[in-house]
Design a binder for this molecule. Structure first.
Ligand SMILES: O=C(O)c1ccccc1NCC(=O)[C@H](O)[C@H](O)COP(=O)(O)O
Length: 220
C-alpha cells in the first residue's frame, strides 16, 4: 500500500494552534525564524511552542539565508528535529549542521526556473520543498505553481507547498503524488493565526484522498 502523504503545518505562532496540529496528527510542525517573515518567532516563543510538540511529530526550524551562528543558537534553544533552508544556502552549508534538512526550491514567479535539475539538487537533503513563490521571495505567500512539474524531481522526496488549502489539496496530491504537503496561509484566518476549521478540513482532505488513492492501488 502507498505510504500516507505526510502533512506539514508551517508558520505556527500560538499554543492553541500547535495543540490542534498535534491532536490532528500532522507529521511536521514548522516554526519560522526567517528575518523577512511576519510569522517569525523569537527564541523564547519558539521554545514555548516546541515544548508542546511530542517526539513523534517532527519540529522543523525554518531559516532563510541566516548566519551559521544564528542557526546554532536556534538549535541550542529550540532543539528541532529538522532544519528547513528557504534561501540561497549551498548544499555544504545546509549539511554542515549535521542534522536532517529540507531544502526549499521556488518554482513560481513570472519566469519560473527549470525543474529538471531537481533529481541532483542538494543530494543530502531529506526532502525538497517545492514552493509556488518566485526565487528570492519569502514563503507563506499562498502562490501555487504547475503541480505536474514535481514529476521532474524523479525519485526525490517532494514536499509540495505553495497555495495549498482544504479545497485544492486533494487535486494537488492526485496530480503531483508528493511525499508530503506543506501549508501555511491556506489554513490561516490572519497572517500567523491559524484557523481551526481550515486545519481540520485540510487534514481530512489529505486523509480522504490518501484513502481513495490507496483503494485504487489494491488489485482485484
Ligand atoms: O511562512 C513564512 O512567513 C515564510 C517566510 C520566509 C520564508 C519561508 C516562509 N514559509 C515557508 C513555508 O514552508 C510555507 O509553509 C510555504 O512557503 C507555503 O506557504 P503557503 O503558500 O502560505 O501555504
Amino acid at each position: 500500500m502507498n505510504a500516507p502523504v505526510r502533512i506539514k503545518f508551517c508558520g505556527l505562532t500560538r499554543e492553541a494552534d500547535v495543540d490542534l496540529a498535534v491532536a490532528l496528527g500532522v507529521d511536521m510542525i514548522g516554526l519560522v525564524f526567517a528575518q523577512r517573515s511576519p510569522r517569525r518567532l523569537d527564541g523564547e516563543r519558539a521554545a514555548a511552542l516546541r515544548a508542546r510538540i511530542p517526539a513523534h511529530i517532527a519540529t522543523v526550524a525554518l531559516v532563510m539565508d541566516a548566519p551559521a551562528d544564528d542557526i546554532a543558537r536556534i538549535l541550542a534553544r529550540v532543539h528541532p528535529d529538522l532544519l528547513q533552508f528557504h534561501g540561497t544556502e549551498p548544499e555544504a552549508f545546509c549539511a554542515s549542521f549535521g542534522m536532517p534538512y529540507i531544502k526549499a526550491i521556488a518554482l513560481g514567479g513570472a519566469d519560473p526556473q527549470d525543474a529538471r535539475h531537481l533529481p541532483h539538487a542538494w543530494p543530502s537533503a531529506h526532502a525538497l520543498l517545492l514552493d509556488g513563490h518566485a526565487p528570492g521571495e519569502p514563503g507563506g505567500s499562498g502562490q501555487t505553481f504547475d503541480w505536474q512539474r514535481t514529476a521532474d524531481a524523479g525519485e526525490r522526496r517532494v514536499l509540495l507547498a505553495g497555495g495549498l488549502h482544504p479545497g485544492n489539496v486533494a487535486e494537488a496530491i492526485r496530480r503531483a503524488r508528493p511525499w508530503g504537503v506543506d501549508v501555511s496561509s491556506g489554513v490561516e484566518q490572519a497572517t500567523g493565526i491559524k484557523d481551526p476549521a481550515k486545519m481540520r478540513a485540510f487534514v481530512a482532505a489529505v486523509r480522504d484522498i490518501d484513502g481513495r488513492l490507496a483503494g485504487r492501488a489494491v488489485p482485484d
